[in-house]
Design a binder for this molecule. Structure first.
Ligand code: PMP
Ligand code: GLN
Length: 384
């Protein structure tokens, strides 16, 4: 038999850490604070709305850009939250998860040799998309413990080939949020160097202690060159529904849809219709979300106060980063495996989100769990 010629286009990429750690948690019966998903269900009224549409015969392809009522609900929300007036027809696209929107945005814009600025630790889906587009990821570190963007370093890293910058606030895995000054600097650099911005805002409603989410959509000059991406999965506790959206100016949306229509074409009709109905009927859900998750952060952190983990309370997302340097010298992957196996709590090692990990000892715990789950996990962790 003739051997198959096969050169991987992503030779460095293994199975995502989220799958690896969730599997390990299941094998060892550990409390799973690794992969980010709630252990509670989405709102009953949302599930009922989806069921009603499913039973009502809304089971064929939706329009390629998503069902209009959901695009209208997104436009209304974006106006309400960020004062941005966007067209549901030409500027909002519903996608199967934020992941697909990010992939399509990168694929639509990046050409071979284009440089794309990413910040480490970076969510793991960005770099493969850049690589498949034959772009060049330029990974700049966010230094612990503050994990702020060093804008001077960004400015120094820009070249005539820099085409795109990917930002993520609230930030996974560090739980930091960008400030208005960060966005002003981003706007200034992006405009001066004619960059396109992908702004991953999937945790936009999970911002704590009275902070305000700084969406690119608040700032017209930035919005004019940005893909703003979000996820209904995070906002409505339904990560498995894999439904997200992208808001971008018409010209960018056209390019995004050129790719989207051949990657997945569409998401799932009754889910989109159910989300639209729920968003219209329950605007209070968004208002209540920050307090809901802040309370979970506080339950977890209060129980962790007795531990030897050191942490700065998360400012946003449903993740809490924790320094385990006082407990162990193990590298973080080994520590996370040990923690899962021997202690019964699964976490995400943070080094996997870097090109060059710093000499630091951090794991990420996910606190979108029932309070009893959080307390049970923290009790195990506090015993170390
Ligand atoms: N970006 C970030 C920062 C995330 O944490 C996630 C959640 N997994 C995603 C994108 C993807 O969201 P979705 O599940 O809607 O594709
Ligand atoms: N975004 C989730 C996390 O960071 C998981 C996403 C995934 O499993 N692909 O934990």
């Amino acid at each position: 038999m003739k051997p198959l010629r096969l050169d991987s286009k992503l030779p460095q990429v293994g199975t995502t850490i989220f799958t690896v750690m969730s599997q390990m948690a299941a094998e060892h019966g550990a409390i799973n604070l690794s992969q980010g998903f709630p252990d509670y269900d989405g709102p009953a009224a949302l599930k009922e709305a989806v069921k009603r549409h499913l039973d009502g015969g809304f089971n064929q392809y939706p329009p390629m850009a998503g069902v209009l009522p959901l695009r209208e609900a997104v436009a209304a929300k974006v106006l309400d939250c960020y004062g941005a007036r966007v067209s549901p027809e030409t500027e909002v696209t519903i996608t199967p998860g934020a992941t697909e929107a990010i992939y399509c945005a990168i694929t639509a814009i990046v050409r071979p040799g284009d440089e794309v600025i990413l910040f480490d630790p970076a969510y793991d889906s960005y770099e493969p998309a850049v690589t498949l587009a034959q772009g060049k990821p330029v990974r700049l570190p966010l230094a612990p413990p503050a994990y702020r963007i060093d804008w001077q370093r960004v400015a120094d890293s820009l070249t005539p080939r820099t085409r795109m910058i990917v930002v993520n606030s609230p930030h996974n895995p560090t739980g930091t949020v960008m400030s208005a000054e960060d966005l002003a600097t981003l706007a200034e650099l992006a405009e001066r160097h004619d960059l396109i911005v992908v702004s991953d805002e999937v945790y936009e409603h999970l911002v704590f202690d009275g902070r305000r989410h700084e969406s690119v959509l608040r700032y017209p000059a930035l919005a004019a060159r940005s893909f703003a991406v979000s996820s209904f999965g995070k906002t409505y506790h339904v990560t498995g529904w894999k439904t997200g959206y992208c808001v971008a100016p018409a010209a960018l949306t056209t390019e995004l849809r050129r790719v989207h229509q051949f990657v997945t074409f569409v998401g799932i009709t009754p889910i989109q219709l159910g989300l639209a109905e729920f968003m219209r009927a329950h605007p209070e859900h968004l208002r209540e979300l920050p307090a809901f998750y802040q309370a979970k952060r506080d339950v977890f952190n209060a129980a962790m106060a007795a531990s030897r983990f050191r942490f700065v309370p998360s400012a946003g997302t449903y993740f809490q980063l924790a320094d385990y340097g006082a407990i162990s010298d193990l590298p973080d992957r080994e520590f996370a495996a040990w923690l899962t196996r021997e202690v019964g709590v699964a976490a995400i090692p943070v080094s996997v989100f870097y090109e060059t990990p710093p000499d630091a000892r951090y794991v990420r715990f996910c606190f979108c769990k029932n309070d009893d789950t959080l307390r049970a996990a923290a009790a195990k962790l506090a015993a170390l």
